[in-house]
Design a protein around this ligand. Sequence first.
Ligand code: ARG
Length: 466
Amino acid sequence: MTHNKKKNNFTSSVQGEEIFGKFTSSFETDIHLYEEDIEVSIAYSKMLKKIGIINQSENLKIIAGLNEIKSEILKGTFKWDFSLEDIHMNIESSLYTKIGNVAGKLHTGRSRNDQIVTDSRLYFKKKTKTIIEELFDLLKVLVDIADKNKEIIMPGYTHLQKGQPVLLSHSILAYFSILYRDYERFRKALINIDFMPLGSGAFAGVNIPIDQDFLQNELGFSQKISNSIDAVSSRDFILDLLYSCSSLMINFSRICEEFIIWNTDEFNFISLPEKFTTGSSIMPQKKNPDFLELIRAKAGTNLGSLLSLFTTIKGLPFTYNRDLQEDRQGAIQATQTVIESIKIIKEILSEMKFNSEKMFQSAENSNILATDFADYLTAKNIPFREAYNLMKEISNTLKRTNKNITDLSLEDFQNISPVFTNDVMKITIKSSVEKRNSFGGTSSQSIKNQIKDSKNLLNKLSNEIK
Ligand code: ARG
């Protein structure tokens, strides 16, 4: 018996026709999955031995051959045959060369339809676990920074206009708050990935007494998929993962945008670590925030992959269709981008310098306290709308004369309205911050509570992970 190598139909020697073969091949993407493909085959071989389809010596031969292939791939000496359709055919064909016809027994009861989706689930499970670990570290870094910089006051913005003063820690904890939800999204995605499809055959199940519990245990899956048609058809686990990646990257893009703004000469709130900036080839004074810009851009690429997979799956009839071969390329790239982006953001955050004086001055040299003065008047029984209009008028006048509210004397205030008494002079940037003591607000006490709650949450999570 000879091995049917399942060459692409388009391996003709006619010049130029190899592009047709390449078109149908998933091989270049699937190279990423070689470890998982071999892991799945080893588990499968052991299972075939357990149920008596192969004997122990055949099992050992198959495993030794597969391990040899793995080390050749690792060393870079494995001879990939581009004319073979995919990674499964490459490995199977090499196994034939190494151990002969016994290699053909490995595929008993198995189809590439259940094989590829098992490989993918294993691969994305590993990647998702790495992302979860990295994100956890980033969350720790954020709480740490918030904790160490509790004194720093900065202007808070709406519409990129100075609005009200806040603690820097408040802004940093906002990142914690949103990224924690991304963390939970990845944990949920992981639950959906962690199902074993192996043993579904082409789609209808198999007619040998396959031991799926054994396979599940060997491959470390938490559960089995209860329907073999669904098992080979569905890629919603990749969609969940891509959605989680997209959400995280889009949140990163917003954080990056803030850092890019804060890093401009005009703001000068932070200095980015030198190694994460690059010079311009023509303007010698420049330190460009390229890493932040690239993360911002890659968020778009990532979202594109999510939309692309949704579109690929839309309207597909159930079981395997070759369209499904296009399921993993975007997600492989997305998970890699996410892992790298988390590492970069973590390091940028740990090493960036906060220019606390500049932040404070920026808050002070503005009319950022206008709301607080309006609130003061309201407390003196002036209806809020009236107080608001008065302060609006004052702010506009001050702007025209290039002055700030904090430049006004008690006399100035009393000329505006007799309602102002000397306690108006107690309204400062600091008092404004401290008065916002609502749950989740910016006062020192509220920030201390937020830090405590965040630390408790991280402790709880680290116990759950253990
Ligand atoms: N190369 C295929 C993929 O990546 C493997 C499964 C092929 N199955 C088939 N019946 N052609 O999805």
